[in-house]
Unconditional design. Structure first.
Length: 108
């Protein structure tokens, strides 16, 4: 939570084609609780497939699809970008819309 700016925002972009936050989420506390819930649902082992990438000059993580097993859900392929200012994350953009991920070859 110390990495998040108090007024950080998380924006999910799936166009209804995959799971992500459906509304903008504001606040370090709310976002950190959301991420801990995701870790609980998907499991920490899913992070092993993540690759660090640059997204329009910002730090990001790209993840291929991770199959789910009961009770875990399938994790859709995604690119998540982090806007960082003054050493803290001010915005998180979770792009899961497959139409917007066509230029990330290893995710296809």
């Amino acid at each position: 939570m110390a990495l998040l700016h108090p007024d950080a925002v998380l924006i999910g972009d799936s166009d209804g084609k995959a799971r992500t936050a459906t509304r903008a989420m504001v606040g370090a506390d709310k976002i950190s609780r959301f991420f801990f819930g995701l870790l609980d649902q998907y499991g920490v082992e899913t992070l092993g497939a993540a690759r660090f990438v640059l997204v329009n000059g910002d730090l990001g993580i790209a993840m291929p699809e991770q199959p789910g097993d009961d009770p875990r859900w399938t994790l859709s392929r995604r690119v998540t970008a982090f806007a960082i200012r003054d050493g803290r994350i001010t915005a998180i953009y979770d792009v899961v819309n497959p139409d917007k991920l066509t230029r990330v070859p290893w995710l296809a």
